[in-house]
Design a protein around this ligand. Sequence first.
Ligand SMILES: C[S@@+](CC[C@H](N)C(=O)[O-])C[C@H]1O[C@@H](n2cnc3c(N)ncnc32)[C@H](O)[C@@H]1O
Length: 373
Amino acid sequence: MLPTSMPTATPNNSTSISGSFGSDYQSLPHTPGLPPLFWPCVGEHPVYDGNLYNFLSADEMRNDLYRSGIGDTVAGKIVVDIGTGDQAHWAIECIRAGAKKAYAIEQNPKAAALAQELVSKLGLADRITVLVGRSTEINLPELADVCISEILGEIGSAEGAITTLNDAKNRLMKTGGEFLPERCNTFIAPVQLPTELITSPTFDPDALPYLNHIFAAARRPFDVRVSISNLGNSYKLPSIPTTFESLNFSGQIEQNSIHGHTFVISDTAELHGFLLWLSIECRIGAGQLDTLLHKTNWFPVFFPVWPNSLPVTEGDSIECAFSRHLSDDGMHPNYAIEGIVRSRAGNEQNFMWKSDHHSSTFLASDFYKELFA
Ligand SMILES: C[S@@+](CC[C@H](N)C(=O)[O-])C[C@H]1O[C@@H](n2cnc3c(N)ncnc32)[C@H](O)[C@@H]1O
């Protein structure tokens, strides 16, 4: 469904969707009865509002993972919380866990003002300094021992974590400083989606205000990267998943990367594209979150390579090259998959899928024509 007016001039943060967001959260991602629907990948665009922050705050699986990572690692330490949001969550949790001082950086001025208000109200203003702006443009009065952040996209690097955390390592942290989360892997597999979802692809009505805001920020509509809410168990992965991207934040991470993999099909399926999801470890060895298996705010991403379906059967293979390149905004990556599907009978079919952060195309494939129809 196309948003009613697009693009709007300014994001309308007062759009009231909290009720439905609340019920959506209850349904994530395995509640039977609610249909899977498409969402734009919102986190990688400047569209955060109170509802999105509340949605994140309510993600107890995520919160538990972070708390287990914080554990006793921050006691007596200087912490920088990058992207503290409107509730300064991790800065506050770190101080409560014994950190000496926290610098809470937030680029969204409205959110930063709310975070400052909360910190003052809690009497923590002497321990937490809220700084407004992008971390890459901010200097700290002292270097941090620990960097905590929740800037992981539905593809790990999609929100700019590589640029941001490489910069933090080089400028804001002591040598050998620790990163929470420490590691994020994005997995990928060819997928068959439920027939209804792929033949009549529809945005969740709750997503439409965000779609409008994304297009307003880009000053044009485009074929936005999509994820799927309420996917439940209604999909089929006919081959073993592999790693699309592996980010270990304690080392310097290459901006651009390319690697290959061949999927071997072990079951008959009608493929529609690729599904991508995360495995996050806040501290290696202290538990991990799998966003396909667990109930979290990160939805699996869908690359609609074969919306009209590609039949495959046992013994077929898909040879792929996965690539990541920094986009022209210097922060967010573009991704691509190029490959060949080989049938056991010897037929070959080439394919190419580009998933740009702010794509220059609109209605460029059958999938997007249907989605925006
Ligand atoms: C997913 S939200 C997380 C909010 C909160 N920390 C939480 O965990 O609930 C990501 C936040 O990071 C902010 N952000 C992303 N990159 C940033 C950067 N380089 N510097 C400052 N803020 C950033 C965004 O504006 C957004 O508010």
